[in-house]
Design a protein around this ligand. Structure first.
Ligand code: SAM
Length: 225
């Protein structure tokens, strides 16, 4: 079983995403376990439950401070070996290769930043890798954590029902996926390409590959270089 532990100050953001569809079934089938941890439970100030503080040296905004993050990570890890990820726009861009690599770790702990981010000492001592989900700045690490869990979990055997569907996806062999059609074969005069109705599996395979190459050339030529 693969475990995903998420540390956040907004635990209520997660149930809608994780308790539905494929991720819900993955948990029911005991292929994955997802736990959400409220960072405020690790506050040094149990009354106010505060977890943030002003940055030394001045500047706008607040930072999630080191003590509650250290405590949360230590408690969640226990004696298990776990890989700790910090979601950050300053991290390494996340892609399908990262998602595949992360399936090799049975225990992932994901830290969701907020405000201006987290105290650097957490990165130095607790974090194994910083991951960005793209070159833009979000209000917090919750949506990145959801994206990472979703992308990794669906690659774990048994989570997606039809595993064949993973084989011809975008980014396999550095190609994007080409077009798909379903019934009706003729919709408002827009006809499905003849080859897809031909029953000739070799020709269909060839056509799909040509389409994938054309799509990649058009929208992501960088993948082909
Ligand atoms: N001051 C930070 C900077 O310039 O790098 C941005 C902080 S952002 C407002 C708050 C939190 O959202 C970050 O600590 C991080 O956890 C998360 N975040 C925002 N954009 C992200 C992205 N593109 N990828 C991953 N995490 C992101």
């Amino acid at each position: 079983m693969h475990h995903f532990d998420i540390v956040t100050i907004f635990p209520d953001m997660f149930p809608a995403v994780f308790n539905d569809s494929i991720l819900k079934r993955g948990q029911e089938k005991k292929k994955i376990a997802i736990r959400i941890h409220d960072l405020r439970d690790y506050s040094q100030d149990p009354k106010r439950r505060s977890v943030d503080d002003r940055p030394f040296g001045g500047g706008p905004g607040m930072l999630l401070s080191a003590p509650p993050l250290f405590a949360a990570i230590q408690k969640i890890k226990g004696r298990r070996k776990a890989r700790v990820i910090y979601t950050s726009p300053a991290g390494v861009p996340f892609d399908q290769k990262h998602a595949k690599r992360l399936t090799r770790h049975n225990n992932l702990i994901i830290i969701c930043g907020r405000y201006e981010g987290i105290d650097e000492r957490v990165k130095l001592k607790c974090v194994d890798e910083e991951i960005s989900i793209g070159d833009y700045v979000l209000t917090g690490g919750e949506i990145p954590a959801m994206a990472i869990v979703d992308a990794v979990a669906r690659l774990i055997p048994g989570v997606v029902g039809k595993e064949d569907s993973l084989k011809n996806e975008s980014f396999e062999e550095d190609l994007l996926e080409g077009p798909h059609y379903t019934r009706p074969a003729n919709f408002r005069g827009l006809k499905v390409p003849d080859v897809l109705l031909s029953g000739n599996h070799e020709a269909i395979k060839r056509w799909r590959r040509e389409q994938a190459v054309a799509k990649t050339k058009k929208t992501r030529p960088d993948l082909l270089t």
